[in-house]
Design a protein around this ligand. Structure first.
Ligand SMILES: Nc1ncnc2c1ncn2[C@@H]1O[C@H](COP(=O)(O)OP(=O)(O)OP(=O)(O)O)[C@@H](O)[C@H]1O
Ligand SMILES: [Mg+2]
Length: 252
C-alpha cells in the first residue's frame, strides 16, 4: 500500500481521512472501483449509498482490516494498519460482536485495558451508566438482546475517546432514548467522523456533510445543505438521494 504523507492531527488543518483512487475486489467481485474522497480533520460526514455500494468495505479499509488492491487510504496521514493509526480510530462494525463469553463489564474492562485507557474503572462505570446497561453489566453478551449488544458495541467503540470515528450503521437496533444518548456521546468526542447509514434523519443529526457512493465510486459529495438544494424546498431529502443513486436528473 502507498503511504500518503500528510500533516498530522497536531499539525496544520488537513485531511484526517483520505481514500485515493481505491480499487478492492473480493475474488472476482469488484466492491470498490476507483473510490476517492477525503474528510478534513474535525469534520463529520455520512457515507450514503445503496446496498452493496461498498460502504462497509470502505470502512474496513480505513480501519486496516482490509488493504486496497490499488490506490491508498490514510488516517491522519498514515497507513491505517499501523499501531499509531489504530490508536486514533474508534470503529463500530456493521455486525458488532463483542466477546460472547464475557459479561458487559468484562468486555469494557478488557478492551479498555488493551486500548490503555486511563482511569479505566471510572470510564467503564460512566459508559455502563450512560448507555443504560447497569441492569446487564454482569450478563454474558450471549444472553443480551440485539439492542443491548449494540449499546455495548457503541460503548466499546468510544471507550478510548478516539480522534477518528468510523461507524457502520451505528444506531441500528437502538431504542429512541439510547439513540439520543449515543448521538450526544459521539458529539462530545469532537472527533472526525465517517458514518455509514441509510437513514437520512440520522445522517442529518450526526453529520453536516455527505459522500454518496454507488458501485464503488463517489457520485456526489458536499454539505447536507448543498444536498438539499439539489431538490425542491419541500422535497424530502430521501427523494433527492434516491435520484442521485439512480442517476436521474435533479429537479432543478
Ligand atoms: N466478504 C465478502 N466476500 C465477497 N463479497 C463481498 C464480501 N463483503 C462484501 N462483498 C461484496 O462487495 C460489495 C460491497 O459490499 P459492502 O458490504 O461493502 O456494501 P455496503 O454498501 O456496505 O452494503 P449494505 O448497504 O448492504 O450494508 C457487494 O457486492 C458485496 O456483495
Ligand atoms: Mg454495509
Amino acid at each position: 500500500m502507498v503511504l500518503v504523507e500528510e500533516e498530522t492531527l497536531s499539525g496544520t488543518h488537513t485531511n484526517c481521512i483520505s481514500v485515493n483512487d481505491v480499487t478492492k475486489s473480493y475474488g472476482k467481485n469488484p466492491a470498490l472501483s476507483g473510490l476517492s474522497f477525503s474528510i478534513p480533520c474535525g469534520e463529520k460526514y455520512s457515507l450514503i449509498g445503496p446496498n452493496g455500494a461498498g460502504k462497509s468495505t470502505t470502512l474496513k479499509l480505513l480501519v486496516g482490516l482490509l488493504v486496497p488492491d490499488r490506490g491508498s487510504v490514510s488516517i491522519d496521514g498514515i497507513d491505517p494498519t499501523t499501531k499509531r493509526a489504530k490508536k486514533l480510530i474508534g470503529y463500530l462494525p456493521e455486525d458488532a460482536s463483542p466477546y460472547n463469553t464475557l459479561s458487559v463489564r468484562e468486555n469494557l474492562e478488557y478492551i479498555g485495558a488493551i486500548r490503555e485507557v486511563q482511569n479505566l474503572r471510572e470510564r467503564v462505570d460512566q459508559l455502563i451508566y450512560e448507555m443504560g446497561l447497569s441492569e446487564y453489566e454482569k450478563s454474558k453478551v450471549s444472553k443480551l438482546s440485539r439492542g443491548n449488544r449494540q449499546k455495548l458495541a457503541v460503548a466499546l467503540s468510544v471507550i478510548h475517546e478516539p480522534d477518528i470515528l468510523l461507524l457502520d450503521e451505528p444506531l441500528n437496533y437502538l431504542d429512541i432514548p439510547t439513540q439520543e444518548k449515543t448521538i450526544s456521546i459521539f458529539d462530545r468526542l469532537n472527533a472526525t467522523v465517517l458514518v455509514s447509514t441509510h437513514i437520512m434523519s440520522i445522517a442529518e443529526r450526526l453529520t453536516h456533510g455527505a459522500i454518496v457512493i454507488s458501485r464503488g465510486r463517489t457520485i456526489w459529495d458536499g454539505t447536507m445543505e448543498q444536498l438539499k438544494q439539489l431538490g425542491d424546498p419541500t422535497e424530502a431529502i430521501e427523494k433527492i438521494v434516491m435520484r442521485l443513486m439512480t442517476g436521474a436528473a435533479p429537479t432543478h
